[in-house]
Design a protein around this ligand. Structure first.
Ligand SMILES: *Cc1c(COP(=O)(O)O)cnc(C)c1O
Length: 476
């Protein structure tokens, strides 16, 4: 008898209780598709001479396989994770987590029609930037503001608007590359501007800029914040106020790409000071651009603030329409900017700042509370677990050299057995809510800075699934 004919039919498998339950959740098409795929694979194995189990065992195996396949396929790809990497604003993990106020605003804007481009007083068409423009002006001291998709877009749009076919003068020490392929020289050429580099890597003087100004061929002077690197030693950079004065003598705009854009002096929260848009505006900058989701702690966005005439020109560029943000971004941004009106409570309410300002002692106490759960999860593994002092990074190209004293767990192999840490690290990533740590100096480190108190129970419950995840992996 042909063994292929012994395979159950699609309909018979669909009526199995476990798969019927999956149909209720995911629908007929998905489960039937999963069954067909599994049957096709089984047929090809049988043709290659694989032994055929008895009928009951065969059906059970096929049902299990279909169930696992459908569940894996229907799981969202954009899944929440525990960020234990020690990098607070982790670009690969979505940068700033939004505060509750922003989450609520997002839900309302998502669910209901909203006055996005609608002036409720006149009943006429409005401007979507109006949702946040007043707040941005209030918080930065600028006269006007606009919002685009991210800071890379802001840089691109301002260069394309103000410097097409003209020269932009930048110090050689500031030709930055940001992760994810943002390279200032490339953005500049795509925007149609001509880069004029002045000075040297470590030292640039006012005279370098002055000598490079070429009458009507020059569009603007630009300063780019060295977000993700630091040049130490024999260095000189021209202060913003001097560059602004030089630009203005020549009737040129002075533009600053700040990168990260916190709106408060972080020193007030015992963090290293990061230049603010308000400082740049006060120093005479005509335009400043910065990210919404770095130190600002909001949604991905590029914020442009500055002179009214320049912002108006930027908003008239057809590319503004290409790069504009949606209502969800504006809703979240409005809520986050609103928190800055109350600096006294900002570090409690703005999630990114709350995580950045967590004292190491508090994180260590949390580690002590959670240690038993981790020890239980690693029971029987050839590793040791201990609470250690760690150094967190701010991340997202912000304050690259500063470290924040933190605490967490170090998991180390008991013997010089390679592979066990990688196996655990992989299993932590395979949990329903993956745990993302880092391997450093022969230890798997889990930095608890970004684990909020309200997540502790979920964290412990997730760890309880680790033995099963480890069991599913071949020992190294
Ligand atoms: C991060 C950064 C950018 C890019 O901002 P995105 O929000 O990632 O698009 C541009 N310039 C500087 C100086 C930056 O630090």
């Amino acid at each position: 008898m042909n063994p292929l004919s012994q395979l159950p039919s699609v309909d018979r498998l669909l009526s199995a209780p476990a798969l019927a339950a999956l149909v209720d959740v995911h629908g007929h098409a998905v489960v039937a598709g999963g069954i067909r795929a599994v049957l096709a694979a089984a047929r090809s194995e049988l043709r290659q001479g694989a032994p055929l189990p008895d009928d009951a065992a065969l059906s059970a195996a096929l049902i299990n396989e279909v169930g696992a396949g459908v569940t894996a396929r229907m799981r969202p790809r954009l899944r929440p994770v525990f960020n234990l990497s020690g990098t607070v604003l982790h670009t690969n993990l979505g940068r700033a987590p939004l505060p509750e106020e922003a989450v609520q605003a997002l839900i309302v804007a998502a669910r209901w029609p909203c006055a996005l481009e609608y002036d409720l007083e006149s009943g006429a068409r409005g401007d979507r930037d109006g949702v946040v423009e007043d707040l941005l002006c209030e918080l930065t001291g600028a006269a006007a503001a606009t919002v685009v998709n991210n800071n890379a877009a802001a840089v691109f749009l301002l260069l394309n608007t103000l410097a097409q076919k003209k020269q932009v003068i930048v110090s050689r020490g500031e030709l930055i590359e940001i992760g994810g392929a943002f390279r200032l020289p490339d953005i500049m050429s795509r925007a149609g501007a001509k880069l004029v580099e002045v000075g040297t890597t470590n030292r640039t003087h006012l005279a370098d800029f002055a000598e490079a100004i070429a009458g009507a061929r020059t569009a603007l002077l630009m300063k780019v914040h060295a977000s993700n690197y630091a040049i130490h030693g024999y260095t000189h950079a021209v202060p913003q106020a001097e560059l602004a004065a030089l630009a203005h003598q020549h009737n040129l705009p002075f533009v600053v790409d700040l990168g990260s854009g916190t709106l408060v002096d972080l020193a007030a929260y015992r963090l290293p000071h990061e230049p603010t848009p308000a400082e740049a505006i006060a120093a005479g900058a005509d335009l400043v651009c910065f990210s919404g989701d770095k130190l600002l702690g909001g949604p991905q966005a590029g914020l442009l603030v500055g002179r009214k005439d320049l912002i108006a020109k930027i908003k008239k560029n057809p590319l503004k329409r290409v790069l504009r943000v949606g209502k969800l971004t504006l809703a979240a941004l409005e809520a986050v900017l609103g928190l800055y009106r109350d600096p006294d409570r900002l570090h409690l309410r703005l999630t990114a700042l709350r995580q950045l300002t967590r004292p190491a002692a508090e994180i260590e106490a949390q580690a002590a509370r959670l240690l038993p759960a981790l020890q239980a999860a690693l029971q029987g593994q050839p590793v040791s677990v201990e609470i250690v002092a760690l150094n967190s990074q701010i991340g997202a190209g912000s304050l690259p050299v500063d470290r924040l004293p933190s605490a967490g767990f170090a998991i180390r192999p008991q013997a010089r057995r390679g592979g066990v840490l990688n196996r655990i690290e992989r299993s932590l990533r395979a949990l329903p809510k993956p745990l993302i740590g880092r391997i450093e100096d022969g230890a798997l480190l889990l930095d608890l800075r970004c684990l909020e108190a309200r997540e502790e129970d979920e964290f412990a419950a997730t760890l309880a699934g680790l033995p099963a995840a480890l069991g599913g992996q071949a020992p190294a």
